[in-house]
Unconditional design. Structure first.
Length: 386
């Protein structure tokens, strides 16, 4: 057994553990553990500095989770875009491939609480149907392995999936969505990265939320991936009490770059049953973005996005930099709130009125154009092979 597997075995993972180690009332511990499993491996547990700190909040269950009835279990309508059990196909050219229900830590804010940890819903038995679906859809060029955490699979199983994808000619890139570099960096072994680098281009998106998670172990894991030619990006979630502070976020982004991880997305927390106590007003996220831009390198600035409820996809949210127009000039402000004017070039777009009906007409035209492209691609796929 490898070290990371031994560490997993030593995880806090039962209602009894919550009672014995964290003083929960037995009934509450049982209810919380039933709503969403508890698993905290010894590495992540060791990062807690005091009860209620930003690490604690992410991994220790909270009674508030039980008070959140009436919220959606599947806020992003992933299941509605799932043609076979292991696949979410929302965007035209890429799919999410759910490979395992297991994670080395069950994050209390997880958007996929309804499935994660439940091997009846995400299972190895669906892997082949996922590969078959991807092979049958030539418009897919990008596959994101997710779950659960795909690095919970053994190297052998992971290679079976990655090599299976590489045999599909239209697959250009393979991405792994994994929290392991942050929560159990011991999982990133030389043997594993040597295996992955045979199947380039491989990308990793990982998930650090707080500067305390950037440890020597995490650094070693991320550098090992980068040294194998695997670009590593970070998808953080904005969470109350964890990282809803511009200084904390600035420190996190800078530290990520220092371990060769590129900040990629900052997500507004989704509206998910049992995780709403983490949500912050959007104004908090905008203020953070405002305090990042200009105050640190552009490389350290993620895109702040809201994953639209109901499955509309990621929508970028930006602080207001364009303040208006002065004739042909655009009036803008910079990061120091100094005002500048930029002489624009005359074009047709600018003539569109600010009248809401005109704007609606303009976007209707754009929606129709996207729709036409989708139909065209579908027809291309459905032409039978000669
Ligand atoms: S690692 Fe990812 S999938 Fe697993 S519980 Fe955390 S957020 Fe959810």
């Amino acid at each position: 057994m490898e070290l990371w597997q031994e560490m997993l075995r030593a995880s806090v993972d039962s209602g009894k553990d919550l009672v014995d180690r964290f003083g929960f009332e037995p009934e509450l511990a049982e209810k919380l553990n039933t709503l969403f499993h508890t698993r905290i491996n010894p590495y992540y547990l060791s990062l807690i500095r005091y009860p209620g700190d930003p690490i604690w909040l992410q991994c220790i269950p909270d009674a508030k989770e039980l008070e959140e009835d009436g919220f959606p279990e599947d806020p992003l309508a992933e299941d509605a875009h799932s043609p076979v059990p292991s696949i979410t196909h929302r965007y035209p050219d890429r799919v999410l491939f759910l490979t395992t229900s297991q994670c080395s830590m069950y994050c209390r804010f997880c958007t996929r609480k309804r499935k994660v940890g439940d091997s009846g819903k995400i299972s190895m038995k669906y892997i082949q149907s996922g590969l078959d679906y991807i092979a049958a859809h030539s418009e897919i060029r990008d596959v994101i392995l997710s779950g659960g955490d795909p690095l919970m699979l053994t190297d052998t199983m992971l290679e079976k999936i990655v090599s299976g994808l590489r045999q599909i000619p239209h697959i250009e890139i393979i991405r792994l969505g994994t929290k392991m570099p942050c929560v159990l960096p011991q999982r990133v072994t030389q043997k594993m990265v040597d295996m992955l680098k045979k199947y380039h281009p491989i990308y990793v998106n990982t998930h650090f939320n707080h500067p305390w998670e950037i440890t020597p172990e995490a650094k070693r894991a991320c550098e090992m991936l980068a040294n194998a030619g695997i670009p590593v990006g970070n998808q953080a979630v904005l969470m109350k009490g964890v990282n809803d502070d511009p200084d904390v976020m600035l420190e996190l982004m800078r530290k990520l770059l220092a371990i060769r991880v590129r900040p990629y997305y900052l997500y507004q927390a989704d509206i998910t049953k049992g995780a709403n106590h983490f949500r912050t007003p959007v104004s908090v996220g905008l203020e953070i973005m405002d305090k990042l831009r200009g105050h640190t390198s552009g490389l350290a600035i993620p895109a702040y996005v809201i994953d639209a409820p109901g499955g509309g996809g990621k929508i970028p949210i930006l602080p207001q930099y364009v303040l208006g127009r002065n004739g042909n000039n655009i009036i803008m402000r910079n990061y120091k709130y100094e005002i500048y004017e930029y002489p624009d070039v005359e074009d047709e777009e600018k003539k569109v009125s600010a009248d809401p009906q005109q704007i609606e007409k303009k976007y209707l035209r754009k929606r129709k154009s996207v729709q036409r492209k989708k139909t065209y691609k579908k027809e291309m796929v459905e032409v039978p092979a000669q």
